[in-house]
Structures are given as C-alpha cells and as structure tokens.
Design a protein around this ligand. Structure first.
Ligand SMILES: Cc1cc2nc3c(=O)[nH]c(=O)nc-3n(C[C@H](O)[C@H](O)[C@H](O)COP(=O)(O)OP(=O)(O)OC[C@H]3O[C@@H](n4cnc5c(N)ncnc54)[C@H](O)[C@@H]3O)c2cc1C
Length: 455
C-alpha cells in the first residue's frame, strides 16, 4: 500500500478514477458522469457494500422539501452551528459550510435525478440536532442506499470494476497520481492510468494497528464497520505529502446488542429510555450522544450495559430494519412490571431516572415521556463504527498539503477525508459520516469531471 515514483505506461487511462465503491465513491461517480466524464470505480469486494451498507443510511440535510412538508423550518446555518457545537468548534469551518450548504441539494438531486425515495425521520430527535433533518430510504437501512446507488451508477454508465484491490499508486515528481495498480482475486495485477484520482476508500477502522495508535480508548473494541477499510487513503495521502487532521476523531456507538452484534437504534434512549450497568445503576447522561456512549459503556463492568425502554418506544424503533432483526433474534426482553424486568434481565435492581427535572448526570427529564408497561430491555456493548479523521480537503474536496496548497490531481470524500467531527468521539453529530460521503463525494465528482486532463 505505497506510492511508487517510477514512470509507468498504462494501456488504459480513466479520465476520472475512483478508489472505493461505497456511498462516497458511487455519488462521486454519478456526479462526474453527469458532467460528461468517463468514470471508473475500483472496488476491492466482489459486491460493493462498504460501511455504507452496514449503516442506517440516514443523511442529515437542512431546508429540504421533506422538512417543509412537515412544517419544519431549517437552514444550513442552523445545521452548521449544530455540527460545530457538537464538535466543540474544532471542525474546519470551510468544510462545515460546504457540507451543510450542499446537503439539501445533494439529497434532492439523488431523489429527482437518480430515483432515491428519501423521506424524513419525523418522529424522534437525534442528539445535538435542533431540527428533525435526518433523511433515509424506506427501510432505513444502508443496504437499500447501496442498492439504489449501484443501480443509479449502472444507469449512468459508470464502469465499476469489482474484485479490484488498489495496492499501489504511481506518482510523478510533482506528486500528480498517474496510475493505480490493482490486485485481482486470482493473484494477477493490472495497471490503470488516471487524469484525476478520487480517494473514496474510507478510513482505518479495519486496521487494528492504526486504531490502537490513533484511538487507544477503543483498541480491542468490536469494529462494526467494513473490514476492508484499512486506512489505504490515509497512507497514500501521507506518502504524497498531504496534510492529515483529527486522526483520533471517530464515531463509536454504545448500543450494539450483545452478544448478537445487532445495532439497536439510539431512538430507544432519546425517546425516554435509559442505560444501566450490570449492577443495575445508571452511569451517565445518555442524551449526550451515542458516539461517546461506546467508551462510556465499555468502561462499565464487563464492558456491557442494558438499554431500558417501553412498548411505545419499541414501536418508534421498529421503523429500523436492524431493530426488527434484534427483536426477531430474541435479544429484546419484555416484561409487564419493573419487578418482572429485573428478574428477566438478571439484574440485581434497576435504578430508574427521575420523572422530571435534571438528574445528577445532567440529563433533563422534564419533557420526556414517562415509561409505562410493558417494559423492554436489551443488553448492549460499545463498538467502533468508523473513523472521522483523515486527509485534509478544501471546500471542493481537493486534498491539501500542510501549507494549504492542493495536490495536483487528488480528491477525497467520505471516510478518506477529514470529517467535521473534530478530534474526539463526542464531536460526532448523527449523520456526519454519510453527510461527508455524499456531499463531498458529489463535489469531488464535479471537480474531477471539470478538471480532468489538467496535469
Ligand atoms: C453500523 C453503522 C451505522 C452507521 N449509520 C450511519 C447513519 O445512519 N448515518 C451516517 O451518516 N453514517 C452512518 N454510519 C457511518 C457511515 O456508514 C460511513 O460514514 C459511510 O458509509 C462512509 O462512506 P464511504 O463511502 O466513505 O465508505 P464505505 O461505504 O466504507 O466505502 C468504502 C469502500 O472502499 C473499498 N476499499 C477500501 N480500500 C480499498 C482499496 N485499497 N481498493 C479498492 N477498494 C477499497 C471498501 O471495500 C468499501 O467498499 C454508520 C456506520 C456503521 C458502521
């Protein structure tokens, strides 16, 4: 996974070459194809899934027609302020402005031009978002998002080469990327030239050594993202002289059913549920966010906790495919009373939060529904979902050197680029992952198509 400097003479050159066929790569390909460029996407897996297919596929956007139809008044400035508040002001303001301004247009473009059937999640709040602005496809599953993007890419004439792991980039003395070597499953290698290269091969969650170096608090934790995301963009970018930022930034999640390994939506908490540890005690302000919940849960005895909620909340959560799977798998316990729930979970007792006011952890319960029987509980653990640090890009997704100058023909989007979450788990606002995948992806595709042939 290195950058080689010797001259190469590829037999075929793609005007726009994209490494990685997840949301970022496919959206970039759609945008570049729309601008008339010939696009080739190289994807290591036989069937592109990426972390995108593992996700809930929810993308935040402000000022969309779906929000308007629900009477929600929102704008990119309010959205940007929410992103920065969660990131503690540490996110690059140019990136934040680019993605929050571009989100509504990108989702409407995906719907209108490419037939993705978005709707608004209008029945619960995500932590840190002052407006309801999460948009998703009917099943609220990233697999449906991937399927829809793959179909759109096929219709748009994008060439998708699967089973093509990019192992090396080839660059000239000016750091312009001239070609990529790909390894095939049968052991053979091929060389593909490029005018412009878009890195859309995500972050380094699938590389335990890089996780231990940059996110030591989650070293050894379950990695819930795509195993093939091994930090290749980061290593190539560094070798080409790119700047990197916020490598400790990441999205964790403190609600993965254990031991089933199924995501349990944080809606069960935000709608009035709470967490207790194995001794039955509450241990933190769950409304802070699910990302920081990973470390909070892993710090408890045996690294597990129980989510406690009720039937009304379960009904809201059932819109998520993975919640339905968790129920079908038998991981969710139901009981008619607190006594029965205590017995069925095996907990010594269940410490309940106050019914109003603010608790000792700082969580405000004054506007929260009181839980009523039947009650539910599920045992969960913390996991790393994906990394948020990466290559520094400008507002047009161009990869920058430490002095702020762009590299000659290199762009990055999604998990390959530094996101808008700052340097820690608590900086991750729900949806920051796909936000930078689809909006930066679209920008990267547009820029690549308009600038190919420039070096
Ligand atoms: C369980 C889970 C739930 C999530 N839910 C949400 C959500 O609801 N909303 C949200 O915004 N974010 C969510 N996220 C985060 C989101 O999934 C990611 O931020 C997003 O999918 C990143 O998109 P991407 O295209 O950059 O990466 P990916 O979708 O991971 O695609 C990268 C692709 O690059 C390929 N690749 C890697 N290296 C190479 C190589 N050397 N050569 C060729 N191909 C390569 C990989 O095989 C992969 O297909 C979630 C993540 C997880 C794990």
């Amino acid at each position: 996974m290195s950058v080689l400097r010797e001259a190469v003479a590829p037999e075929f050159t793609a005007p726009v070459l994209i490494v990685g066929g997840g949301a970022a790569g496919l959206v970039a390909a759609l945008a570049a194809a729309e601008f008339g460029a010939e696009v080739v996407v190289l994807e290591r897996d036989a069937l592109p899934r990426g972390s995108t297919a593992l996700s809930a596929g929810l993308i935040p956007a402000a000022g969309t027609r779906w929000q308007a139809a629900c009477g929600i008044v929102d704008d990119p400035e309010t959205f940007a302020a929410d992103v920065q508040k969660k990131a503690g002001g540490a996110a690059d303001p140019r990136s934040v402005a680019a993605v929050t301004k571009g989100a509504a247009g990108t989702i409407e473009w995906l719907a209108d031009r490419h037939g993705l059937a978005f709707s608004l999640v209008d029945d619960f709040d995500y932590p840190g978002h002052r407006r309801r602005r999460m948009h998703g496809l009917p099943t609220r599953a990233g697999a449906e998002l991937m399927d829809a993007l793959l179909e759109a890419a096929q219709r748009a004439g994008v060439t998708l080469v699967t089973g093509a792991t990019v192992t090396h980039l080839h660059a000239d003395a000016s750091d312009a990327v001239r070609a990529a070597t790909i390894a095939r499953p049968d052991g053979s290698t091929e060389l593909v030239g490029c005018d412009v290269l878009i890195l859309a091969c995500s972050g380094y969650g699938g590389n335990p050594a890089l996780v231990a170096r940059h996110i030591p608090e989650l070293a050894g934790a379950v990695y819930f993202g795509h195993a093939g995301n091994r930090g290749d963009a980061l290593r190539w970018g560094e070798a080409l002289g790119a700047a990197t930022r916020h490598l400790s930034g990441h999205q964790g999640h403190g609600s993965v059913a254990h031991p089933a390994g199924i995501l349990v939506t944080w809606a069960v908490i935000m709608e009035g549920g709470f967490q207790v540890n194995q001794t039955g005690r509450r241990f933190w302000n769950e409304a802070s966010g699910y990302s920081e919940a990973a470390a909070a849960v892993l710090a408890q005895p045996s690294g597990v906790a129980w989510n406690i909620f009720d039937s009304r909340i379960a009904k809201v959560a059932r819109q998520f495919e993975d919640f339905r799977q968790a129920e079908a798998h038998g991981t969710i316990v139901a009981a008619e009373s607190w006594e029965e729930l205590t017995e069925r979970t095996g907990l010594p007792a269940i410490e309940r939060p106050p019914t109003t006011g603010t608790d000792a952890f700082g969580r405000d319960w004054s506007l929260t529904h009181r839980l009523v029987p039947p009650f539910h509980a599920v045992r969960v653990t913390g996991a790393l979902f994906h990394t948020q640090g990466g290559l520094v890009v400008d507002e047009a997704a161009r990869v920058l050197r430490p002095d702020g100058r762009p590299l000659p023909n290199l762009l990055a989007a999604g998990g390959a680029a530094c996101g808008v979450s700052g340097p820690s788990a608590s900086g991750y606002l729900s949806g920051n992952g796909l936000l930078t995948a689809v909006v930066l992806g679209r920008l990267a595709g547009q820029v690549a198509a308009s600038e190919h042939g420039m070096v």
